[in-house]
Design a protein. Structure first.
Length: 116
């Protein structure tokens, strides 16, 4: 599976972005998808997940502002970020994992920069 993340950019605080993660090479529907971010000088952190059954989880720091979703017909996942804050500045990565843990794929990351 290859993952292509896109949709990042430079946005003013208070704005919004919708990131996409397109998968190719294997059916997308049976995998859980997660979005992670890594800010300069910080560890990569998990911000949201959506299972194959469409259950979602969010890090406390992003609840209410981040919306994770997926379109299995398009083999694409999304992360919508609302009310962007400067502290959301990071490289955002998508990840697909199988239930068994045997398969684990990462996208290349997309940069989000929020100016105050």
């Amino acid at each position: 599976v290859q993952l292509q993340a896109s949709g990042g950019g430079m946005v003013e605080a208070g704005g919004s972005l919708k990131l996409s993660c397109a998968a190719s090479g294997r059916s997308f529907s049976s995998y859980a998808m997660g979005w992670y971010r890594q800010a300069p000088g910080r560890q990569r952190e998990l911000v949201a997940t959506v299972t194959s059954g469409l259950s979602t989880t969010y890090a406390d720091s992003v609840k209410g502002r981040f919306i994770i979703s997926r379109d299995n017909a398009k083999n694409t996942g999304y992360l919508e970020i609302l009310s962007l804050k400067p502290e959301d500045t990071a490289v955002y990565y998508c990840r697909l994992t199988s239930l068994s843990g045997d398969y684990d794929y990462w996208g290349q990351g997309t940069q989000v920069t929020v100016s105050s």
